[in-house]
Design a protein around this ligand. Structure first.
Ligand code: ARG
Length: 459
């Protein structure tokens, strides 16, 4: 006979190492509070539906509450022999209140139980993550507000392209994060739905009230199909996919911060609190946190791919393979929570070296488009203007100078349309200011975008 809660039909126990291999308690203890919360709703429903006598249900409720208190204080000791969080808690309940504790599992299976736990967990974490994205957006806004008129080269192909406002560059990330928030919020409605009462796969013979247990848990509704309820992990995949996209954004931002803080760029200096030194090279100040976030993006992608692969081709309904869903989910949560927190701190304490940024916009050809636009505005077909300016740039490159160094005569030799005001047009500050089309880098547009963004984060 096996000592397991499910040991009735077994004649011998598994070897210890087999138990260990099958157990999930080492990681699913993360769900302790959610599991107790789900059980409390289940037993309350059993009581109200008259499935369990009131005194039995009340004893179970007080036993579960006592376990809840102990869990909060970290006083529960889990056992590998008890396999997972569900069986550990059930056996603790029985130890606490006696055999009546064995009535808790009436009309329920671990299959709908674990799915319920995961829904509750993802719901809590989604709220935490939405708040953390919001905090990072505020940090970005804080820097943006201070840098509306700070000029920086804008790049394409990592080659200087056109000067832009640094705030405009930062705000690009604000809007990416806004979409991330939208994605997490949209997924919420598929997380916030109850599988409880689906039983092992087919529902139950007991006259349960699924809507009631769903309501007690704050779920918006119930799964329509019991097989789907216990075997669906779409909501976890969606969460990890949203996380992967968000980490992709953070990795791009990290990469820029790493470049900007290099000796070659020197556009920003990270606060000491978010940098580390080298054990051998005394001069080093490394952007470790940004690098680590860029690196951790890999594991978040991996967790998503892992779960998609686990679920591929699984027949209905529950299969033990699905126990593999949890570690990736927990790791994703831990990784994105940490990354978001670090990022907010790193951005808000980052020193922006305005002078160096601005100097960079002057020592290059990123004002060449201004010249072409100047000629086009005076009636020259843009394609032709492009060619005229291209030749002027070539001349400068060959003679080691920039466009502002050319004389009015040299400009007029290239085209009669050039006049003295050409030198204003070449000024990067003017170039940025004039790009006032909707969503462009013009200071007025950036200001508008910041105001819009502030309304969004404060609503
Ligand atoms: N530990 C299991 C999991 O995480 C719980 C569900 C087990 N159900 C079962 N029929 N073995 O998926």
């Amino acid at each position: 006979m096996s000592s397991k809660l499910w040991g009735g039909r077994f004649t011998k126990s598994a070897e210890e190492w087999v138990d260990e291999f099958g157990a999930s308690i080492s990681f699913d203890q993360e769900l302790v509070q959610e599991d107790i919360q789900g059980s409390l709703a289940h037993v309350t429903m059993l009581k109200q539906c008259g499935i369990l006598p009131e005194e039995d249900a009340d004893q179970i409720i007080s036993g579960l509450k006592s376990l809840q208190g102990k869990a909060e204080k970290g006083e529960l000791t889990f056992k590998v022999e008890m396999e997972d969080i569900h069986l550990n808690l059930e056996s603790m309940l029985i130890n606490e209140i006696g055999p009546v504790g064995g009535k808790l599992h009436t009309g329920r299976s671990r299959n709908d139980q674990v799915a319920t736990d995961l829904h509750l967990y993802m719901r809590n974490q989604t709220n935490v993550i939405l708040q953390l994205i919001h905090d990072l957006q505020e940090a970005i806004l804080g820097q943006a507000k201070k840098n509306v008129e700070t000029l920086i080269p804008g790049y394409t192909h990592l080659q200087r392209a056109q000067p832009i406002s640094f705030a405009h560059h930062l705000m690009a990330y604000f809007w990416m994060l806004e979409r991330d928030k939208e994605r997490f919020s949209e997924s919420y409605k598929r997380i916030n739905i109850s599988p409880l009462g689906a039983g092992a796969l087919a529902g139950t013979t007991f006259p349960i009230d699924r809507a009631l247990s769903a309501e007690l848990l704050g779920f918006e509704g119930i799964y329509e199909n019991s097989l789907d309820a216990v075997s669906d992990r779409d909501f976890a995949i969606e969460f990890m996919s949203n996380s992967a996209t968000m980490m992709m954004h953070l990795s791009r931002f990290s990469e820029e911060i790493i470049l900007w803080s290099s000796q070659e760029f020197q556009f920003v200096e990270l606060d000491d609190a978010f940098s580390t030194g080298s054990s051998i090279m005394p001069q080093k100040k490394n952007p470790d946190m940004a690098e680590l976030i860029r690196g951790k993006t890999g594991r978040v992608y991996g967790n998503l791919t892992g779960l998609l692969t686990v679920l591929k081709g699984l027949p209905l309904a529950y299969n033990k393979d699905m126990q593999e869903d949890k570690e990736g989910v927990f790791d994703t949560v831990k990784t994105i929570v940490g990354s978001l927190k670090i990022f907010a701190g790193m951005i808000s304490t980052m020193k922006v070296k305005k002078d160096i940024m601005e100097k960079a916009t002057r020592n290059d050809f990123s004002n060449a488009t201004e010249l072409a636009d100047y000629l086009a505005a005076k009636g020259m077909p843009f394609r032709k203007a492009h060619e005229v300016v291209g030749k002027l740039v070539l001349h400068c490159v060959q003679n080691g100078c920039y466009l502002v160094d050319l004389s009015i005569e040299q400009f007029q030799e290239a085209s009669e349309l050039f006049d003295h005001d050409i030198f204003d047009a070449l000024d990067p500050y003017e170039a940025v200011k004039r790009r006032n089309s909707a969503g462009g880098t013009g200071f007025a547009q950036v200001q508008l975008a910041i105001e819009k963004a502030e309304k969004l984060v404060n609503k």
